[in-house]
Design a binder for this molecule. Structure first.
Ligand code: SAH
Length: 233
């Protein structure tokens, strides 16, 4: 058994008033952005619509997550920093950019075909985001945590890749600079998610290995991280 099994059960992170405050902030900014509809370019509308859909897909999972009891919490300082950076660059800054005129000094303009690529990417992105949440079910968490009764999911979109949700987030992150066309509100998310990817993936896989042992090793041997494995190991 893992050495973590004896750890004391804990409350999940991001519960209580900080989570409510964060949601109030996001809803307020989203409402202000919608109010400035005349100043918003079509690619920015696509981003905004996808953002609302992703938030709605995630909301029920966030609600059930708060009822989890955590047995292994690996949210160390670097993890909390990259999570905060993602929250800032994927949610607060883009909404602030759309809701106010203050970041427009950092605008750039792309041709329509580039904006269209960003829009088209939303289709596989939203599908994968939806399916990965559905398949992961109660095992989803915003940070690195194992809950009581955690099960290893190896079916659905997890059958051939280990990180379908991060694959969906990669698509969203790469589309954001194409759609928003602003260095601060749009493009900053790319280095933020790259940092999260580099910092989180080894820790997440080590945590899963500590929890599920050989079963996870076997699963890792037949899957890829975001692209299916082409050759059997
Ligand atoms: N990396 C996955 C999951 C992201 S959510 C993806 O990109 O799809 C992060 C949480 O999911 C982690 O804290 C871990 O507890 C859990 N997790 C990751 N892979 C899992 C799996 N195959 N089965 C069950 N839980 C998993």
């Amino acid at each position: 058994m893992s050495e973590t099994a004896e750890q004391k059960p804990q409350q999940p992170m991001m519960s209580g008033w900080p989570a409510r405050l964060i949601w109030l902030l996001a809803i307020g900014l989203a409402a202000a952005a919608a109010y400035r509809w005349h100043a918003i370019h079509w690619g920015q509308w696509v981003w905004f619509a996808a953002f609302i859909v992703m938030s709605m897909l995630r909301a029920p999972h966030a609600a059930t997550y708060r009822k989890n009891t955590i047995v292994d919490d690996r949210n160390d300082r670097p993890e909390r920093i990259v999570l905060a950076a993602m929250f800032a660059t994927m949610m607060v800054l883009p909404l602030f950019y759309l809701a106010t005129p203050f970041l427009s000094f950092a605008d750039y303009t792309l041709p329509n075909w580039a904006t269209a690529i960003g829009a088209a990417v939303q289709v596989p992105c939203l599908w994968l985001f939806w399916r990965s949440h559905a398949d992961l079910g109660r095992n989803w968490s915003p940070g690195l945590e194992v809950r009581v009764d955690h099960g290893l999911v190896t079916n659905g979109v997890y059958r051939s890749i280990r990180h379908p949700m991060y694959a969906a987030i990669w698509l969203s992150v790469l589309a954001q600079p194409l759609l928003l066309q602003n260095w601060i509100g749009g493009a900053l998310v790319v280095p933020a998610f790259l940092a999260m990817w580099v910092i989180r993936i080894p820790k997440e896989e080590a945590m899963m290995r500590a929890q599920f042992g050989q079963v996870y090793d076997d699963y890792a041997a037949r899957t890829g991280r975001v692209f299916p494995r082409l050759t059997a190991r």
